[in-house]
Design a binder for this molecule. Structure first.
Ligand SMILES: [Zn+2]
Length: 315
């Protein structure tokens, strides 16, 4: 897929003016009409869309870049074999320094880019769920953090991170009890469900980050947080897998759009048909990195817009 980079960049430049976007009013919980709102969207961008959230096009893996004007934050770092793409995406976004890295769980498609990140970029702090893993990639980045003296933080329910400029990230899962259990047991074989799940808020705008958390974790989150997980946008859990995105969870989150990170013709069949049907039934706009390339959300805390490298939302 690496040879596609040039083509993608070329297409991106050539079609810049033709990019479609969609906007919405975060405070009203309703989305405006899609591609025709490009004009309005770009004028509102000039009015100060100061926070940017990009779901990077890194194939079958996750990496979301958040730039708040005060801080640069990464949630996950792509898969090992997508590291070149990952680095190129960061350079394209003008990133040299990352203030905070959040690793949702120690699977390769989420922590695969950590070595290049720690080697080629200035990294401030790295957060994960604090549970040990036998993953070589995990052991590798932990060693590097130690040798470079980079702060390592552990996230659990109730923790809040400040991303600067009024942007906050509140952790919903795993619970402190799950983390404690995981630490006592050593490697626990359910990393997906131990993913760091958190809600980013900026004014009236919000986005739920889910890692690869599956239905068990969604049910546990719903028990405690059914009334505080409503979010403008959903980072589709587990690359759009049917093992996640349970209907009750989707109802509580009630997003206007779902962003899915997955590779073209990936081995897992992500995103799964059932997930897509559930989203469509709830009128959730769907964006996918395999079809749309990098997906960029910009917001001023009141309104937001979504732009893609190619194509618009799926209807
Ligand atoms: Zn994954």
């Amino acid at each position: 897929m690496h040879k596609r980079i040039g083509l993608i960049i070329g297409l991106f430049l050539l079609t810049l003016a033709l990019l479609t976007g969609c906007g919405g009013t975060a405070s009203q919980g309703s989305s405006s009409s899609s591609s025709s709102s490009g004009q309005a969207a770009s004028s509102s961008a000039k009015a100060g869309m100061d926070v940017t959230i990009q779901m990077l096009n890194v194939g079958q893996g996750d990496s979301v870049l958040i730039q708040t004007g005060e801080q640069t934050v990464l949630i996950d770092t792509s898969d090992v074999d997508e590291r070149d793409k990952f680095s190129a995406e960061l350079k394209k976004a003008g990133v040299t320094k990352i203030d905070k890295v959040i690793l949702t769980h120690p699977h390769a498609d989420h922590i695969g880019g950590m070595d290049v990140l720690l080697k080629n970029f200035q990294v401030g702090e790295v957060y994960d769920n604090g549970m040990p893993s036998t993953s070589k990639l995990y052991i590798g980045y932990m060693k590097t953090l130690k040798s470079k003296g980079i702060k390592h933080g552990k996230l659990a329910e109730g923790d809040t991170l400040d991303f600067g400029n009024g942007v906050k990230f509140t952790v919903l899962s795993p619970t402190k009890a799950t983390v404690k259990e995981g630490q006592q047991q050593g490697y626990k074989h359910d990393p997906n469900n131990e993913s760091v799940v958190g809600r980013l808020t900026y004014g009236d705008f919000s986005m739920l980050f889910t890692g690869d958390a599956e239905k068990d974790t969604e049910a546990a989150i719903l028990k405690k947080h059914a009334n505080d997980i409503k979010s403008t946008i959903l980072k589709s859990p587990h690359h759009g897998s049917h093992t996640s995105s349970s209907v009750n969870y989707l109802k509580a989150v009630a997003p206007e759009a779902a962003l899915i990170s997955c590779g073209i013709n990936n081995d897992y069949g992500h995103p799964h048909k059932e997930t897509m049907q559930a989203y469509k039934k709830m009128n959730i706009k769907i964006y996918e990195t395999d079809k749309n390339g990098t997906i960029t959300v910009t917001t001023n805390g009141k309104t937001y817009e979504i732009k893609t490298e190619k194509g618009g939302a799926q209807k």
